[in-house]
Design a protein around this ligand. Structure first.
Ligand code: BEZ
Ligand code: FE
Length: 297
């Protein structure tokens, strides 16, 4: 007996749904309820993707090859899986979920691969550039809680790319430049010299870069300066500030830009700069007032 076209469609559907059900039920004996929840949802959404796109076997093979290449290039210095998560917006979505909006607290953004432990300390008003190429930039502001109380002695870690578009760690010669840490004063304020941020591409010589190329996307990030701010009893903040007017604000390849983090970088026309410094060429100045949410928020 041959099945009608309609019956064939019903049978195909039944087979596909039955498989999902069997795979989900394979986790029934999992004793960790959170792990079980995650595995159920993962199977549900993975199979929904396969069924919605009617993925071909060739496409799945290509996807496996891609993920294999992502794994092969990953080592203790290069994390291509995080890069993949970044360009797919997964990092930013996880950050949004885990840094819930709270009153006027400063928004978080992507961590990126170029933070390094053990940065040098600079004094208030000191220079983080460490000889990195770039235009001087005076960065100043305050750290407060959401009620406006100053946070004294907050740890501020900052890092950025140089004017060539590279972080110190990318040179592979052991240099430390354009990264440092400092502490807020008793009134919660801070200030330091850095370099005016410029745009640069994420590492795009691997499979993630190939994928961006294949889909016609640029690897460029909007110009930014990274901050990580830590203080007892308050939620640690990982964020950046971006340069108003930057050409990549609307197309940052890791979706890190938030309107609230785009700042005016002033262009003073005087040669006399903060801290008694005299600067002949162009320089910039930016204010970034940081508001930390309570740790439990
Ligand atoms: C960065 O800001 O340096 C960065 C962030 C995500 C991926 C690659 C680079
Ligand atoms: Fe960066």
């Amino acid at each position: 007996m041959t099945m009608s076209d309609a019956a064939i469609v019903v049978e195909q559907d039944r087979r596909e749904l039955d498989l999902i059900d069997r795979v989900q039920r394979s986790f029934d004996n999992c004793t960790d309820p959170r792990l079980k929840e995650l595995m159920y949802a993962l199977v549900k959404h993975l199979h929904a993707f396969l069924r919605e796109t009617r993925l071909t076997e060739e496409e799945w093979t290509r996807a496996i090859e891609f993920l294999t290449a992502v794994g092969r290039i990953t080592d203790d210095k290069r994390q291509e899986f995080i890069l993949l998560s970044d360009v797919l917006g997964v990092s930013m979505q996880t950050i949004a979920i885990n840094n819930a909006a709270y009153k006027n607290a400063t928004e978080a953004t992507v961590f990126g691969p170029f933070f390094a432990e053990g940065s040098p300390e600079v004094a208030m008003g000191g220079d983080i550039s460490g000889g990195a190429a770039g235009e001087p930039c005076w960065v100043h502001g305050s750290v407060t809680d959401t009620s406006g109380n100053p946070v004294a002695n907050a740890l501020i870690e900052v890092w950025e790319a140089d004017a060539e578009g590279f972080y110190d760690v990318q040179y592979g010669d052991g240099r430390t430049a354009a990264r440092a840490h400092l502490y807020t004063g008793a009134d919660g304020t801070y200030c330091f010299w850095a370099i005016t941020p410029t745009p640069y591409p994420i590492p795009h010589d691997g499979p993630v870069g190939e994928m961006l190329e294949a889909v016609g996307r640029s690897p460029m990030r909007a110009s930014h300066l990274h901050f990580m701010v830590t203080a007892p009893g308050l939620r640690r903040l990982v964020t950046h500030i971006f340069v108003r007017g930057d050409e990549y604000l609307g197309s940052d390849t890791v979706f890190g830009v938030k309107d609230s983090l785009v700042k005016d970088f002033q262009r003073p026309s005087t040669t006399s700069a903060p801290g008694g410094r005299s600067i002949d060429g162009p320089w910039s100045a930016v204010q970034f007032d940081i508001v930390l949410a309570p740790a439990e928020a």
